[in-house]
Design a protein around this ligand. Structure first.
Ligand code: NG1
Ligand code: MG
Length: 491
């Protein structure tokens, strides 16, 4: 069991290994499963956590490092075989996934039935179960490179407590959890891929939904260690390093009441395209297949991202925004050729003006802040004054939020206001939006002794006497770093 598995392997647990963690949620899920699927018992459960990103926003897809931690909110999927499935295996000519989820009033919703061989993700239909299909499709793609995959007839019961479209990575938790389910169902184990291999598979798989995201969310969901945050670097392959956080401080998540479904809107992919164009212009390179801002930093010949920011500030003009034709002319290529390598989404093609100066400055300086934050955390408990250290982390978080808001334009008035209240009223040392932004949550650094007062004073100031935001109760909670994804074998 876990003791015999390598640190890199995705944990496969038995009930005894849970030590009481998540057992209430799992037992309730098993009951729903049996009631919905003919009183049968599931064979296994997969669990994948959401995350809060402490610093490093919109830079993973530029090849830079980020610093998230997993939260103790997750997606759980119970999986079993219909009672007649195994005996009729040879007679069936197609595969079936029956997918059901527990709705917000704690009842099973209508079951969706999907033909499972060669799953197609439908970008036009952004129903939540499309993320389940992303996970299945990713595993199928992987297995097709080997010997293929067998037919499958299974039932899935899905539940979770991560608010959706809120920057806490509910979508990636669902993709990761579904990929674990698919891998276990097709191959009988999780031994083909380790945590990082599975994280890369899931990052690729989630792009079937249409967003050209980086790999942060899938990587932290799979690689998280309890009690620690994780420094995750995307420069070459996927590098992970646990980070100790300063003792005596809490990380508090608060929701601003606005939500943004990234997959349904243009902003995310437009930023990705602007970063690609900025990287091409700064490096003067149109030959390499892949040219991210981290590669442009190398081409600029500087070792620190902060120094690349200084060069970008001189070489890219702030106003007016660039046109595609203008960037193409500077690089002596056809607009169509540049578009083919940089503007790969429909959203990017709709953008007329590209704010290359602002986007590049955000990315380079944010990348520098991640390194500074990581190095400051490395000094925790080493004799340095932990109060000064926490104040430094808070400053970096505040600077990150300001840059997200003013240079990357990925905040919104409600998030700006909430962060300000967290600092001014709640006494946070730092507060910043977390995840893609344009709504969703912020994360604040708060001394342990001040968390209760923080929660009540921020609620009063932000939500007023009703305690409601947009008709819903104000949501805020402190979270300690949770454990990563695992599989629970029930038999
Ligand atoms: P959200 O929208 O918070 O799940 C997205 C991307 C990340 C990263 C952040 C911004 C996906 C699955 N996730 O996260 O890779 O780019 O935005 O830092 O695309
Ligand atoms: Mg997401």
């Amino acid at each position: 069991m876990p003791g015999q598995q390598s640190e890199d392997a995705i944990p496969v647990l038995s009930r005894l290994d849970l030590l009481g963690n998540h057992t209430a949620a799992i037992e309730s899920l098993l009951t729903h499963y049996s009631k919905t699927f003919d009183n049968s018992e599931p064979a296994f459960v997969a669990r994948a956590p959401g995350r809060v990103n402490l610093i490093g926003e919109h830079i993973d897809y530029c090849g830079y490092s980020v610093l998230p931690m997993a939260i103790d909110r997750h997606i759980l999927i119970a999986v079993g075989y219909p009672s007649n499935a195994r005996s009729n295996q040879n007679e069936r000519s197609s595969s079936t996934l029956r997918i059901c989820h527990i709705d917000s009033s704690d009842r099973p919703a209508a079951t969706v039935t999907v033909e499972a061989d060669g799953v197609a993700v439908d970008k036009e239909n952004l129903a939540w179960h499309q993320y389940v299909l992303c996970g299945f499709r990713g595993v199928q793609d992987y297995l097709l490179k080997g010997g293929g995959f067998p037919q499958l007839d299974i039932n899935l019961m899905v539940t979770g407590d991560i608010p959706s479209s809120s920057g806490l990575s509910s979508s990636s938790a669902l993709v990761v959890c579904s990929a674990l389910v698919a891998m276990r169902a097709y191959t009988g184990s999780l031994s083909l891929l380790d945590r990082r291999g599975m994280a890369s598979l899931c990052a690729t798989a989630e792009r079937y939904i249409g967003t050209e995201g980086g790999g942060m969310d899938q990587a932290i969901s799979l690689c998280a260690r309890p009690g620690q945050a994780m420094w995750i670097n995307f420069k070459s392959g996927l590098e992970t390093r646990p980070v100790n956080l300063p003792p005596g401080y809490s990380w508090v998540v608060a929701h601003c009441g606005q939500v943004l479904n990234k997959a349904a809107t243009d902003q995310f992919n437009q930023r990705v395209a602007e970063c690609r164009l900025a990287a091409r212009l700064l490096s003067k390179n149109t030959d390499s297949a892949n040219m991210r801002l981290v590669d442009a930093q190398d081409a600029l010949g500087v070792t620190q991202p902060g120094a690349a920011a200084d060069l970008a500030a001189q070489r890219l003009r702030a106003e007016p925004p660039y046109s595609l034709a203008e960037v193409a002319a500077e690089l002596s290529v056809e607009s169509s050729a540049l578009s083919a390598i940089c503007l790969t989404s429909e959203a990017a093609k709709r953008l007329a003006g590209f704010q290359l100066h602002q986007r590049a400055l955000h990315v380079f300086n944010e990348a520098q802040r991640v390194l500074d934050f990581r190095d400051a955390c490395g000094r925790a408990g080493s004799g340095d004054n932990d109060e000064n250290l926490a104040a430094r982390l808070g400053e970096l978080m505040n600077a990150s939020h300001q840059s997200c808001s003013e240079l990357y334009n990925c905040s919104c008035p409600e998030l700006d206001r909430l962060c300000q209240i967290c600092r001014d009223v709640g006494g946070a040392l730092g507060s910043r939006l977390t995840g893609a932004g344009w709504g969703g949550c912020c994360v604040s650094l708060v001394p342990d002794s001040g968390v209760e007062k923080f929660l009540s004073s921020v609620r009063d100031a932000f939500a007023g006497p009703t305690g409601l935001v947009g008709g819903r109760p104000f949501l805020a909670f402190a979270s300690s770093p949770s454990t990563g994804a695992y599989l629970l074998e029930l038999n």
